[in-house]
Design a protein around this ligand. Structure first.
Ligand code: HEM
Length: 391
């Protein structure tokens, strides 16, 4: 039967090539049965106590869009906008076209699409709701070189899926439905490994080659719930998000040797293990000393500085970015650093102060964008994201 299938194609080839083809055919995995779901068909339930896209295991592609509301959009206007966007997100995440979808076929592969909304201080004020005290731009840190085109905003839309076409389509539909209410302030697109490249649950790597995310609280644990979900007023069941665009100077990083690279973070590049351990999830021993009495994990190491004495915790869900550079440099790359925490001022800001003061990684990294949003809780069917603000 195989010979029949190969037909004339083999007839024209030499014996060796024919053996190659024969071998390749034998190795081919059986085609998926039509009933077997493909990743493109997987969807994440939209409605529930929390918004999706926070504890959802991170998808391969992420797009972050910040909108600024037009001056004329008042409290009622915000409600109208949020109802429309909620309806779009509820449909698209389940693989159904948005209302008046211009390319309905593109909605058919949700690929674990999630859409997550966050509110800036101005939106909350216009909704006449009480703002969490931390909902404001972060303090200015000495390491910052912030650009307005990557900072602040009234409404965040985080769109993530395992397929870039799904992300692009969702972004377009959501923006089309927002355009009479708001204008795009900034957009950032990021990526992790493509779906299927690594086993699910593998910690991501950033463009420095580092294993990035090891010390995160695990979704589904009490620790995660305590770190991430707020218990305050309309935000209960929601969280706070900090998005910082951090440029990583890959050209300068190239000049650092492997041991210097590992010392700067305090972990090994091979598997992300702490310099005092053998496996990724071994606890770092910050008291361990070398034979000549120096700390094995240096004083300036990123993990020592990030952890600090008070052990505040955040949940990091970053994406890599890479733009093609213009001019002499070979890279315009970095991290779309995304962290979720119930209270930005209590959990994130002290950590960032410490890192700004001393962190060897600062030699190669520069924050160039920064934004803070309150991520309201999820909603039930018939409700809309943000409805607790208007209760
Ligand atoms: C840990 C990279 C920025 C907070 C780590 C680790 C790496 C890393 C490789 C070790 C593995 C892990 O636990 O994830 C980077 C890079 C950054 C950056 C390349 C910038 C481009 C930041 C910022 C913060 C932060 C801005 C917060 C203000 C943390 C925390 C840990 C960590 C809390 C875990 C520390 C612990 O072990 O307890 N980072 N990071 N990082 N980073 Fe960063």
């Amino acid at each position: 039967r195989r010979q029949f299938l190969l037909g004339g194609a083999v007839a024209g080839l030499g014996a060796a090539a024919a053996v190659g083809i024969d071998y390749a055919l034998n190795q081919k995995p059986a085609p998926a049965a039509p009933s077997e779901p493909m990743n493109g068909e997987e969807s994440v339930p939209f409605f529930g106590a929390h918004q999706v896209g926070v504890d959802t295991s991170a998808q391969a592609h992420g797009m972050f869009i910040a909108l600024d509301l037009f001056d004329a959009v008042d409290r009622d206007g915000i409600i109208r906008l949020l109802r429309i966007l909620t309806d779009d997100a509820a449909r698209l995440t389940q693989g159904r076209p948005a209302l008046a979808d211009s390319e309905p076929e593109l909605a058919a592969s949700p690929a674990r699409l999630t859409v997550t909304f966050g509110f800036g201080a101005r939106l909350v004020a216009r909704a006449s709701a009480q703002s969490p005290a931390w909902l404001a731009p972060l303090p200015t840190f000495g390491i910052d070189e912030l650009q307005p085109e990557f900072s602040d905003g009234d409404l965040l839309i985080q769109i993530a899926a395992d397929d870039p076409l799904t992300v692009a389509h969702a972004a377009r539909m959501l923006l089309k439905d927002s355009r009479s209410f708001a204008v795009v302030r900034w957009t950032q697109a990021g990526f992790r490994r493509a779906y299927g490249t690594e086993r699910p649950g593998t910690t991501m790597r950033n463009l420095f080659g580092q294993v990035d995310g090891t010390a995160n609280p695990r979704p589904g644990t009490q620790e995660f719930d305590d770190v991430v979900w707020s218990r305050d007023g309309w935000l209960a069941g929601g969280t706070g998000v900090v998005i910082r665009r951090i440029r990583m100077d890959l050209d300068k990083w190239d000049r650092l040797d492997r041991s210097g690279r590992e010392a700067s973070v305090g972990r090994r590049l091979s598997n992300g293990a702490p310099l005092t351990g053998g496996e990724e999830f071994d606890e770092p021993d910050f008291d361990a000393k070398t034979a000549i009495g120096f700390p094995v994990i240096p004083q300036f190491a990123h993990i020592r500085r990030a952890r600090g004495e008070d052990a505040e915790k955040i949940f990091r869900r970053a994406y890599n970015y890479e733009e093609r550079p213009i001019g002499a440099g070979l890279s315009d790359s970095g991290l779309i650093f995304v962290s979720f925490q119930a209270d930005v001022a209590r959990q994130f800001t002290p950590m960032q102060w410490r890192l700004a003061e001393l962190d060897l990684l600062n030699e190669w990294t520069t924050p160039i964008g920064s934004a803070v949003f309150a991520v309201p809780p999820g909603c039930e069917e018939g409700g809309f994201i943000g409805d607790t603000l208007f209760a």
